[in-house]
Every structure is written in C-alpha cells, then in structure tokens.
Design a protein around this ligand. Structure first.
Ligand SMILES: NC(=O)c1ccc[n+]([C@@H]2O[C@H](COP(=O)([O-])OP(=O)(O)OC[C@H]3O[C@@H](n4cnc5c(N)ncnc54)[C@H](O)[C@@H]3O)[C@@H](O)[C@H]2O)c1
Length: 246
C-alpha cells in the first residue's frame, strides 16, 4: 500500500516539470490526482500518463480555481491534499524590470496560492482533516539575484503558509512549504539555465554536484501530503542538494 492510498489530491501546474513529477509520485503512492494546469494539453497528457483527471485551471483567476474545486468536490466528495505548484518567473536585474512583469509574477506565484487556498481551505476545515503543500523557492528564503520580485512573492508564500498553518490547526489541517533549489526544468532554462556556463557554475556550487530533478522534490511533497506528516505543520523544507543549509 502506498502512503497516499485512497487520497484525493490536487496539484496545480502539473502539466510539466516539478508539478508533473509530483503528480506522478502521488499517483504511484496510491492517490487519485486531479492534474490542473493553465495549459489544457499538458494537463491532459499528465493525467493520461498517471490515470488521473486533467482540468484546465488558471490559478490567477478566482473563478477558475473555484470552478475546479467545485468540480473536484462534486466528483469525489472531499479533498485530502492540495499541492500549490504552479509558478512563473522572468529573470533580470530589478532596476531594469518592467512593473507589468511584477504583476504577472505576483499574480501567478502569490495570488495563485491565495486563490486555490480560498477555495480549498473551507472544504478541509469542514472535513476536519487535510494537507496543503506549497511549492515556494529557496529564492524566497535566502534571496536570488535577478529574481527580486519572484523572491518577494515566494517569501510571501512561505509567510502565508505559516499563517494558515496556525489558522487551520484547530481543524487538524497542516500546511507546509517546500523550497526547491535550482531544478532542471523549462522554467530554469528560461531564466538562464540554458546557458551552459551558468549551469556548470551552479552545478559546481551545489554540494551534491547536480541540479534537482522533479523526482527529488516529489518524495518530500508526497511525505508532507501523507498521514505520516500529520503532526508537521508550518515548516519550510529546502530541497537543494545542500546549496542552502538551515
Ligand atoms: N525549476 C527551478 O529551478 C525552481 C526552483 C525553485 C522553485 N521552483 C518552483 O517550482 C514550481 C514548478 O516549477 P517548474 O520549474 O516545474 O516550472 P515549469 O515552467 O516547468 O512548470 C510550471 C507549470 O505551471 C504552469 N502554470 C504557469 N502559470 C499558470 C497559471 N496561471 N495557472 C496554472 N498553471 C500555471 C505552467 O503551464 C507549467 O506547466 C514553481 O512554483 C516554481 O516557482 C522551481
């Protein structure tokens, strides 16, 4: 039996990258996974690969997230775990940044988490059980040059996670944040990871001498979404191959 047998779980941004890796792991642990992504094609691809349901959901829209959650509760009657993974970034020095990009970064990375939590937390509170796992970033803990606004949004996700962990504890709902270090995905490539020099320099700086793969994140997320972690709440876990410690 997997550690998530019979659990109803939702993963946002699960069409590719880390979110897809998380969806695969949750399914392998026995969960029913609702695969959501703003990209309907990739959402359906991931869902098909793991035998789950794929639903197009834009986390920046309260209507879209509320409609998705209603569909899930209508179909399955409950939600056991929510994984907020959808994210986006555009790298560059803050002084050269375009405020229009700040909006997009904050909308996806911070408001995205608020929007799904607004729809899901009342369901978890009513049930008297459930888990929230928010994918933040080490950028939100220790800063990252070229990612100032993204770091601000992810730092906001970490603080929000701690606060809802406090608010939801009386309902036996836990909430934790997972902070990836550099991970080998399309997002990482788009913010400079496709430059072999930067890739090599970062790889050298990581004590384990390699970038994270989505599966490196997925194990921690599966644990935090499971009953094994029911007494763990308000925590921030870095998964960075040792690049950041403490
Ligand atoms: N890759 C890294 O190095 C790294 C490091 C730290 C944190 N993270 C975080 O990990 C998470 C996953 O990132 P990734 O590297 O797999 O990125 P990715 O770009 O490969 O995947 C992100 C997914 O989110 C989806 N998405 C984007 N906007 C959305 C929206 N409005 N609504 C719903 N879905 C949306 C995309 O369609 C995509 O499928 C993000 O929160 C990211 O910030 C990544």
């Amino acid at each position: 039996m997997g550690k998530l047998t019979d659990k109803i779980t939702i993963v946002t941004g699960a069409g590719q990258g880390i979110g897809r890796g998380i969806a695969e792991k949750l399914a392998a642990e026995g969960a029913t996974v609702v695969v959501t992504d703003v990209n309907e094609v990739t959402a359906k691809e991931t869902a098909e690969a793991i035998g789950g349901a794929g639903i197009r959901t834009d986390v920046t829209s309260r209507e879209s997230t509320a409609a998705m959650v209603e569909q899930v509760t209508n179909r399955f009657g409950r939600i056991d775990a929510l994984v907020n993974n959808a994210g986006w970034d555009k790298a560059g020095p803050f002084v050269d940044s375009d405020p229009a990009d700040w909006d997009r970064v904050v909308q996806i990375n911070l408001y995205g988490v608020l929007n799904t939590c607004k729809a899901v937390l009342p369901v978890l509170a009513e049930q008297g059980h459930g888990s929230v796992v928010n994918i933040a970033s080490d950028a939100g803990r220790v800063g990252s040059s070229g990612e100032a606004v993204y770091s601000a949004a992810k730092g906001g996700v970490i603080a929000f996670t701690k606060s809802i962990a406090r608010e939801m504890a009386r309902s036996q709902v836990n909430a934790n944040a997972v902070c990836p270090g550099p991970a080998d995905t399309a997002l990482f490539a788009s913010i400079g990871g496709d430059d072999p020099k930067l890739r090599e320099a970062l790889t050298k700086a990581i004590p384990f001498r390699r970038l994270a793969q989505p599966s490196d994140l997925a194990g921690v997320v599966a644990f935090l979404a499971s009953d094994e972690a029911a007494y763990v709440t308000g925590q921030t876990v870095s998964v960075s191959g040792g690049l950041t410690m403490s």
